[in-house]
Design a protein around this ligand. Structure first.
Ligand SMILES: Cc1ncc(COP(=O)(O)O)c(C=O)c1O
Length: 402
């Protein structure tokens, strides 16, 4: 799963390149930097994998999703349909831009469903912020039908789904703009880093300026640049970009390994009664960073978690209860607790966040247990792990079968 497993000489060499010039800043200093441009290299590597026309390396995935939203024109008072199962950064980005999150139903792809989106549309809906969760991909054909039918803007938070694709198109590139995270836990890491992508030049230029105090990045005299818009500092440093570039070069290898490991375990687990797997929009495009097991019910899933704990099985997430990725745990969002007033406090929330009716989402996340897939796993380890998982599920199923 995480690129950190494969840290090595390549990352060290990239960092040493940067230290050799002392130019840790991604822009300018053309004469001193000995033609070393790591942020640009990182962007090129991301473009090679995804096929994006434009890529912008930024300080983190949260900045990338903020840039994707604002460069797509999302701002104050705009209703943005979003999932209740995501990393909280998606919701924070919408709120800090003045947008109004509208939570809609996900399905067994762990992403927003087309019908969930359609039901959440109001006359004030401007955009959908689709999140491709757990390394997978959403059901894009049916989602794009809804986006087009209702003339909505699509922004994709593919923070967890770099290198995942649907029918040949990479996540992040179906709508106006997309975002990937390269934080410490991802398929490739920059330590802290993000990549914004788009196929549209105007959207790219807006993001490029937004992430660096409005600079237009023309010429080599920073003080003399024009500022087409107001921006902020979401720049990546050359040191982080250096690591990101080296890691991104390893992604195809990591993805291949993930896929074969995931296939191996799924095959072993498939015969166990009670185990099924989360769906993918396009299975062949999975980045396979997570093995997502679905149990028959929330009650059984909770019993499986207890059995895992008793058996000493580690490395899994039961998002329904104990993680920061699901709306049930987001009391600060439900109560709109912020350090200072946001647009949503003035304009009012479009939904009662404390009393959302999202039964399908509650059902799916209640049944879901995810394991992060690891490159280092051996067949022996995976066989033993699958056996232990099966045993635990069988025990948890017993009271049901008895
Ligand atoms: C779906 C999603 N979006 C955004 C982010 C934020 O990325 P970062 O941690 O790089 O800011 C994450 C991080 O986990 C994520 O999973």
């Amino acid at each position: 799963m995480p690129g950190t497993e494969l840290f090595g000489a390549e990352e060290r060499k990239e960092i040493e390149d940067v230290l050799s010039t002392g130019i840790l800043f991604r822009y300018n200093h053309d004469a001193q930097r000995n033609n070393i441009w790591k942020a640009k290299d990182f962007e090129e590597e991301a473009k090679k994998i995804t096929g994006a026309k434009y890529a912008l390396a930024v300080s983190n995935g949260s900045a990338a999703i903020m840039a994707a939203l604002t460069a797509s024109g999302i701002g104050t008072g705009d209703e943005v349909i979003c999932p209740p199962f995501t990393y909280i950064a998606t919701i924070e980005a919408i709120l800090f831009l003045g947008g109004l999150p509208v939570f809609a139903e996900i399905d067994e792809t762990l992403c927003l469903s087309a019908s969930g989106i359609e039901k959440a549309i109001t006359p004030n809906t401007k955009a959908v912020c689709l999140v491709h969760m757990c390394g997978g991909n959403a059901d894009m054909d049916s989602i794009m039908d809804v986006i087009k039918k209702h003339n909505l803007i699509l922004v994709e938070d593919a923070g967890q789904a770099f290198a995942s694709s649907y029918k040949g198109t990479y996540t992040g590139l179906f709508g106006k703009a997309g975002a990937y995270s390269f934080d410490f836990f991802k398929i490739a890491t920059a330590g802290e880093g993000g990549i914004f992508v788009t196929n549209d030049e105007t959207t790219y230029k807006l993001a490029d300026s937004f992430c660096d105090h409005g600079h237009d990045h023309v010429g080599d005299k920073r003080g003399m640049e024009n500022h087409p818009i107001i921006g902020f500092n979401f720049r990546i440093s050359e040191l982080h970009a250096a690591v990101g570039a080296a890691q991104t070069r390893k992604v195809a290898q990591i993805r291949d390994t993930n896929r074969s490991h995931k296939k191996f375990i799924q095959k072993k687990l498939a015969a166990t009664e009670g185990i099924s797997f989360a769906k993918l929009g396009d299975e062949s495009g999975d980045s396979a960073t997570f093995l997502n097991i679905l149990l028959p019910s929330t009650e059984i899933a909770q019993r499986v978690v207890d059995e895992f704990n008793k058996a000493g099985i580690a490395g899994f997430d039961y998002w329904f209860k104990n993680m920061y990725h699901f709306i049930n745990q987001w009391d600060h969002i439900k109560n709109l607790k912020t350090a200072s007033k946001l647009a949503i406090h003035v304009l009012d929330a479009p939904q009662d966040y404390k009393n959302l009716h999202l039964p399908k989402t509650q059902e799916v996340i209640g049944k879901l247990i995810s394991f992060g897939v690891k490159c280092a796993w051996t067949e022996e380890y995976m066989s033993a792990m699958a056996d232990k998982i099966s045993e635990c599920v069988k025990k948890a199923m017993k009271p049901v079968n008895a």
